[in-house]
Design a protein around this ligand. Structure first.
Ligand SMILES: C[S@@+](CC[C@H](N)C(=O)[O-])C[C@H]1O[C@@H](n2cnc3c(N)ncnc32)[C@H](O)[C@@H]1O
Length: 244
């Protein structure tokens, strides 16, 4: 299997050599980071149409966290274009965080469309270092399609636990590796080195559910979902919530 993966990976890398050379020389990422938000704006609309019911159901749980003030402090980590805003209940005070500043224009448009929410600020930072967010200051943290991309899922989960108040909830929806030994996983392994450049650093073969289990939340509820777009090597998804 390993030899087959290596041979197929090498063929694909040769076929996409200009892309790999641009990335190696450091030219690809700055250019692609500028245009990636345009791709995400289209993809988020399409995925939201497919998953609308599930997201609505998941984020309806946020209402339970409303305190005496009637407000919920919510941190959206790797917020992208703000694809989840429409699903949050009224009264959420939303802080957005993303290392890519080029998302701001799209965020502003999403905020204008979702006037039921109160926007606090947009922080340009990676999830691995959220030092701008105070300890135990958030009732809710949300991450959708982000843990596949971050440098260190473990550090990000540690940061999430730091900023969540006791009893606060982390909501997630992530794509993960196909089952061990499957042809689908082999295909993910073949495509991954090239995919990473197009997907802004996205890993296809992450076993994110294992990181979530290791993170030792007090409660972890997780649902497996089939791949949304069959012709893409994106794999199955996990959706759920973890309580601090
Ligand atoms: C595939 S997009 C998903 C965007 C949005 N959450 C959604 O569901 O449409 C991945 C997002 O993660 C962000 N990201 C990449 N590396 C990150 C990191 N280390 N910490 C936090 N966010 C990161 C990207 O800039 C991008 O906005």
């Amino acid at each position: 299997m390993d030899v087959l993966v290596f041979v197929l990976q090498s063929i694909l890398c040769l076929l996409t050599l200009p892309l790999h050379l641009l990335a190696l020389l450091g030219f690809w990422q700055p250019i692609w980071r500028k245009y990636f938000p345009y791709l995400m704006a289209v993809l988020s609309r399409k995925t939201n149409q497919k998953i609308e019911g599930k997201k609505r159901n998941l984020f309806s749980q946020i209402k339970k966290l409303t305190g005496a003030s009637g407000k919920v402090t919510l941190l959206e980590l790797g917020c992208g274009t703000g694809a989840n805003f429409e699903f949050y209940p009224a009264g959420c005070r939303v802080t957005c965080l993303d290392p890519n500043p080029h998302f701001e224009k799209f965020l502003t448009e999403s905020m204008a469309k979702n006037k039921h929410l109160q926007y606090e600020k947009f922080l340009v930072a990676p999830g691995e270092d959220m030092s701008q967010v105070a300890d135990e200051s958030m009732d809710v943290v949300v991450c959708t399609l982000v843990l596949c991309t971050v440098q260190s899922p473990r550090k990000v989960l540690q940061e999430i636990q730091r900023v969540l108040r006791p009893g606060g909830i982390f909501f997630f929806w992530e794509h993960v590796a196909e089952p061990l030994g499957s042809w689908a996983l082999l295909w993910q392994e073949v495509v991954e080195p090239t995919w990473k450049h197009i997907g802004d650093g996205c890993y296809l073969t992450r076993e994110t559910w294992k990181e979530l289990e290791r993170a030792k939340f007090s409660d972890l509820q997780l649902e497996w979902q089939p791949s949304l777009i069959k012709w893409l090597p994106v794999g199955p998804h996990i959706m759920g919530m973890a309580v601090k």
